[in-house]
Every structure is written in structure tokens, then in C-alpha cells.
Design a protein around this ligand. Structure first.
Ligand SMILES: NC(=O)c1ccc[n+]([C@@H]2O[C@H](COP(=O)([O-])OP(=O)(O)OC[C@H]3O[C@@H](n4cnc5c(N)ncnc54)[C@H](O)[C@@H]3O)[C@@H](O)[C@H]2O)c1
Ligand SMILES: [Zn+2]
Length: 360
């Protein structure tokens, strides 16, 4: 098991990551928190897979309540939030109670939002079970829900007592979720770490087949990269924005109506392709790195309707994004593979042409 420390203003917490560590939760928690009441927030699907193992951690003296939420993005809603508050109130949960989020990014964001707001905040533990959640959403304290007018618009910062990421849980992930998660993993290789990028290049097929050792290695390195960025952001304001590599293009694709079926990680993979193409158009990345980047990305299958790509519309959507300041769109690009660069003023015409590549 690896322990990564995340330092945020005034508070440091550990991310434990490794295989078969779910049963260690109680021991790890003992040092941090004493409570009689604990609520496990999860979906039925994940509960069936890992709920008992998690609950078996706790002694009989603890009042354990499991609250189920639906699967999928729609769970991050006001209605489900109210339902969860009711569940906690009916069970007389107090200020000293604990919430455990067992699941992917949806459960983590939602349960984290509950922990941030119930009685003005109670303790939280993140137990992420998807690649995306283990390497990204469970680390850093951003929690929240959606509003009918947009994704993730209502939220808070809620740092957990600890994050426990058991990479064995990744074995039961559907293939599509593995592909999605790899979109985030590869992002760290592109912006921060050439050696890691080469490792991904060498082991991508194994990862797609859920090779345990490879997935664990990728999750560990990526989680450490995320923790490092979050920690540094404390001093260097806005460093977190580099995590948006591929995301500015990707969000436009994700929210485009005809793209309703595109998952976040898939949109990120396509978004990184657009970012590479953008740099090719302005000659700001070596041909070698462009080719290598595309070659690796093309090995992760993403299914989408090429005829529905409308570059002008997508560019407009991108310019409406919240990352736009004074009409200027900031792009995260590369110096080279393994090193990010910030472009303060993206060019609309080139953005349109970059989206064009997705039509082929
Ligand atoms: N807070 C942040 O910083 C942050 C960062 C990135 C993404 N997010 C959010 O994360 C969400 C996406 O998270 P996600 O990709 O984990 O999707 P998800 O939570 O919807 O999980 C995907 C699917 O996998 C299933 N699942 C989860 N773990 C499983 C397992 N071990 N075995 C089998 N099935 C399992 C879930 O039931 C679900 O159907 C989005 O809502 C996004 O906004 C948040
Ligand atoms: Zn992402």
C-alpha cells in the first residue's frame, strides 16, 4: 500500500492506494476519528460488490446505516440530496457522525456535498471504486451536484479525513469505464511526466484488459500527480487549471446535445486529440510528439457519431465556457510531451479547425 499526503490550506490528509486494502479501513480510521454513527452512501450495484466487505470493517457498537443512490449522473441532483438529508435526520445523525462515499465520481461528489452541508458539515471518507475517482475526483476536495442549467454548478470544498483507493475494485469495472478512466490517466502523462507517458504507451493494451499490476501502477502514479498539483495549488494559485488539459475541448463535446452519450473520460480523450491538433496548426509542438500522442490516443477506442461533429458550434460552446475571461480563452497546451504550457489567448479559427479532426 502506498500513502500519498495531500496538503491543503491548514489541513493535510492521506490517500491510501493499493490492492486488497478495503479491509484496512477501520484500522486506518481509528487514528483519525471516533464515532458511533456512520453512513455508507453508495449505489445498489456497488453495494452488492463491495458493501459487505466495507461494513465488515466496523464493530457492532457502531450504528451503521447504508443509504442508496441511483447510478449515473442524474443522482447528483437536489432531489437525491434532500432524500439523503432525510435519511440522516431520521437516523438522528449528529455533528460527530461520519459519511463514507463508496463508489465512482458521482457517489463521491454527491456524498461529499452531503458531508459538506449536513449540519454545516460532518466528517467524510472517500472510498473511490472507479479509475477516474481513484486518480482524480476523490482527491482535492471538490464536491457538488448538478443544476438543470449545467453540470457541477452547485458545490463546496470538503476535504476528506482520508481517501482509501483499493485498486482491486477496478477488476469489476465495465470496459467503457476503464477506457474513460484511462483518459484521465493519460492526461497526467501528457502534462507532467514523460516517463509515465512512455509507461502508458508500453502498457496500454494490458490496462485495457484490466491487468492488475498495470492498473495499480497507473492509478498510483496518477493519484500522486493529482495530489501533488492540489498541494502545490496551495502556494501557486490556479495550478489546478493544468488538470483541464483536453477538458476545455472535451467539455464542449460532452455538453453538445447530440453528444449526450459521450462519457466524461471519452470526451477527454477526444479533447486531447483536439488540443494536439490545435498545436499542429500553430506549429508549436514537434511532429514527433504530435504523432506519438495521436498514436497512443488512437489505441483507446471511443465510439461517437462523426457526422454530428459541428466544429463552429463546438467552438462557440467552448467560448461560452467558464474558463473564458474577458473574451479570451485560456488553453492548456504542451511544451512537449511531459510538460504543460498555458496559452492565455486561444484562437477561435484554429479551435474550429482542431475540432475538424474528429470528423475523420
Ligand atoms: N470532484 C472532482 O474533482 C471531479 C473530478 C472529475 C470528475 N468528477 C465527477 O465524477 C463523475 C464521474 O465519475 P465516474 O467516471 O467515476 O463515474 P460514475 O461514478 O458514474 O461511475 C461509473 C459507473 O461505474 C459503476 N461502478 C463504480 N465502481 C464500480 C466497480 N468497482 N465495479 C463495477 N462498477 C462500478 C457505477 O455504478 C457507475 O454505473 C462526474 O459526475 C464528474 O463530474 C468530479
Ligand atoms: Zn476529467
Amino acid at each position: 500500500m502506498k500513502t500519498i499526503q495531500v496538503k491543503t490550506p491548514g489541513y493535510t490528509y492521506p490517500v491510501y492506494i493499493g490492492e486488497n486494502i478495503l479491509q484496512k479501513l477501520n484500522d486506518l480510521l481509528q487514528q483519525k476519528h471516533k464515532t458511533r454513527q456512520t453512513a455508507v452512501i453508495t449505489s445498489k450495484n456497488i453495494d452488492q460488490l463491495y458493501g459487505d466487505e466495507l461494513r465488515n470493517n466496523f464493530s457492532r457498537e457502531i450504528q451503521l446505516v447504508t443509504l442508496h443512490v441511483p447510478d449515473g449522473e442524474t443522482a447528483k441532483s437536489n432531489e437525491i440530496v434532500q432524500r439523503l438529508y432525510t435519511g440522516l435526520l431520521e437516523n438522528k445523525f449528529e455533528r460527530s457522525s461520519l459519511i463514507i462515499a463508496l463508489g465512482g465520481g458521482v457517489v463521491g461528489d454527491l456524498a461529499g456535498f452531503i458531508a459538506a452541508t449536513y449540519l454545516r458539515g460532518i466528517s467524510l471518507v472517500q472510498v473511490p471504486t472507479t479509475i477516474l475517482a481513484q486518480v482524480d475526483s476523490s482527491i482535492g476536495g471538490k464536491v457538488g451536484i448538478n443544476h438543470p442549467l449545467g453540470k457541477n454548478l452547485i458545490g463546496a470544498f470538503k476535504q476528506p479525513l482520508l481517501v482509501l483507493a483499493d485498486t482491486r475494485t477496478l477488476q469489476t469495472l465495465p470496459d467503457a469505464e476503464v477506457r474513460c478512466g484511462l483518459g484521465e490517466v493519460i492526461k497526467y502523462g501528457f502534462i507532467l511526466d514523460r516517463n509515465f507517458f512512455d509507461y502508458i504507451d508500453k502498457n496500454l493494451e494490458k490496462a485495457l484488459l484490466k491487468d492488475k499490476k498495470v492498473l495499480r501502477q497507473m492509478a498510483e502514479i496518477s493519484a500522486a500527480a493529482k495530489a501533488d498539483v492540489v498541494t502545490q495549488d496551495e502556494k501557486e494559485q490556479n495550478l489546478r487549471m493544468i488538470l483541464n488539459y483536453g477538458h476545455t475541448f472535451g467539455h464542449a463535446l460532452e455538453t453538445d446535445l447530440k453528444f449526450g452519450t459521450l462519457k466524461h473520460g471519452e470526451a477527454v480523450i477526444l479533447g486531447i486529440k483536439c488540443a494536439l491538433q490545435y498545436q499542429r496548426l500553430e506549429n508549436s509542438l514537434s511532429e514527433e510528439d504530435y504523432e506519438l500522442g495521436m498514436r497512443v490516443l488512437n489505441r483507446i477506442p471511443v465510439f461517437y457519431d462523426r457526422s454530428s461533429i459541428n466544429p463552429e458550434k463546438l467552438a462557440d460552446r467552448m467560448l461560452l465556457d467558464k474558463k473564458v475571461k474577458d473574451g479570451k480563452i485560456r488553453l492548456i497546451l504542451l511544451e512537449k510531451i511531459g510538460q504543460y504550457r498555458i496559452e492565455p489567448n486561444g484562437n477561435r479559427e484554429k479551435i474550429i479547425k482542431a475540432f475538424d479532426i474528429l470528423k475523420n
